[in-house]
Design a protein around this ligand. Structure first.
Ligand code: HSE
Length: 429
């Protein structure tokens, strides 16, 4: 039986889940894959976390060098999160000839070029299934099962915290701040929720996934990002009247004019499969030229779901000798030949707080016409029910360009006759 020693860096939620799975499934893996996977050593500053999991004192390393020089360690699992010291530790392990499995999306998104170069040079594996969408096997699907396709687009709900918040706002009519507090109390949202609610977490994941899907480096800095902090219950409710559900979507498209990558709140039709992905669940909807539409759905976070992705990588690493690396030149910047679409096309939801008097609609219509925006649907509330006694007027536009909308918003806000643009939300058409 092949013996494979594992080290785990970080014994928090995911480290603990990984340890538990490896311990409880050891015999299953021996029988099924003919490998004996054992956790030889862990690295955790707070020793009590490791001890609480039943790990013996002498298996808690004092520093990363103890792991690098341990001949019984073949694979190192990095589940610390953040860039440093995780980056230094991962590089040290790769240079020492250890293969690495990581769940660290920020590290992999920002430094995969550096990590991969060192992994290749030292003939080590570098695996990162758990970095995107937790237990949902999207990375291996892109690398292996879908590789026969030209991937045309992907659309995902890839952040569980924001999906939980938007779901609760929609179901309970509760305000953003109240639901955020509830999410923090339940442990979904961090004390500092910025990475999730401002869309950074989804942006890191989309950078990794779209690079794999489109076979070219998509730096996260090229991704348009907008979080959910300005979303009001009023817009979720008005969206429902048009048959829409609001989601924080990560969108990647590879079209004739180039690559389009963006993370922002989006209305989608309630009949779309992504609309039914609620609570903290995640899903990625991929369209390939051969397979057509595929949706992968499941838990994007949590001890055992993320541990499942990590252990899958450990078993793959332990049973393969030819490691896979990127299918594109993995550099810090995008390749010169990669074109990005910034003035992208979309339909839009626009809510105005208008003064209810003659000429207001005429003025708005003339601005829309000037900006080449065609209205598909419109709704006006009767009487001054909106903010500051204004009348809410909602438009759904036909597909137009982002810059047309920006110009129209500016002109409406500058006009005397009309109050203000209260919300602009892109609509998936
Ligand atoms: N914080 C992430 C989420 C999970 O809410 O989906 C880890 O990426």
């Amino acid at each position: 039986m092949k013996k494979v020693g594992v080290a785990i860096l970080g014994m928090g939620v995911v480290g603990g889940g990984t340890y538990k799975i490896l311990k409880e499934h050891r015999e299953l893996y021996q029988k099924s894959y003919k490998v004996d996977l054992t956790v030889e050593v862990v690295l955790e500053r707070d020793r009590s976390k490791a001890l609480a999991l039943g790990i013996e004192e002498d298996r808690i390393a004092a520093n990363i060098q103890e792991i690098c020089s341990n001949p019984d360690v073949d694979i190192v699992v990095e589940v610390m999160g953040g860039v440093e010291p995780a980056k230094t530790f991962v590089l040290d392990c790769l240079r020492a000839g250890k293969s690495v499995v990581t769940s660290n999306k920020e590290l992999f998104c920002k430094y995969s070029h550096e990590l991969e170069a060192v992994a290749k040079k030292n003939h080590c594996g570098l695996f990162y299934e758990a970095s995107c969408v937790g237990g949902v096997p999207v990375i291996r699907s892109l690398l292996d099962n879908l590789q026969g396709n030209n991937i045309l687009s992907m659309m995902g709900i890839i952040n569980g915290t924001t999906n939980y918040i938007l779901t609760k706002m929609a179901e309970e009519g509760a305000a953003y701040e109240d639901v955020l507090k509830e999410a923090q109390r339940l442990g979904y949202a961090e004390a500092n929720p910025a990475a999730d609610v401002e869309g950074y977490d989804a942006t890191y994941k989309l950078s990794i996934l779209s690079s794999l899907a489109f076979h070219t480096k998509i730096p996260y800095t090229k991704i348009y990002r907008e979080g959910i902090t300005n979303i009001s219950v009023a817009d979720i409710e008005y969206g429902k009247k048009f048959g829409y559900v609001l989601k924080l979507l990560a969108i990647g498209k590879n079209g004739e004019n180039g690559i389009e990558v963006r993370v922002h709140p989006s209305f989608i039709k309630s009949s779309h499969p992504l609309a039914s992905v609620g609570d903290s669940y995640n899903a990625v909807y991929i369209t390939g030229d051969c397979v057509e539409d595929v949706m992968l759905y499941g838990r994007g976070a949590g001890a055992l779901p993320t541990g499942s992705a990590i252990v899958g990588d450990i078993i793959y690493c332990a049973t393969h000798t030819n490691y896979q690396y990127s299918t594109f030149k993995n550099t810090e910047e995008a390749a010169q030949s990669t074109k990005f679409v910034e003035n992208f096309e979309s339909a839009y939801y626009i809510r105005l707080n208008a003064t209810d008097r003659t000429g207001v609609l005429a003025k708005v219509s003339s601005i829309f016409a000037k900006c080449k925006i065609s209205v598909a649907q419109m709704l006006q509330e009767r009487g001054p029910v909106g903010e500051d006694g204004a009348t809410p007027v909602i438009f759904i536009t036909h597909v137009t360009r982002e810059n047309n909308i920006k110009k129209a918003v500016q002109l409406i806000n500058e006009s005397e006759e009309v109050a203000k643009v209260a919300a602009v939300i892109r609509v998936v058409s």
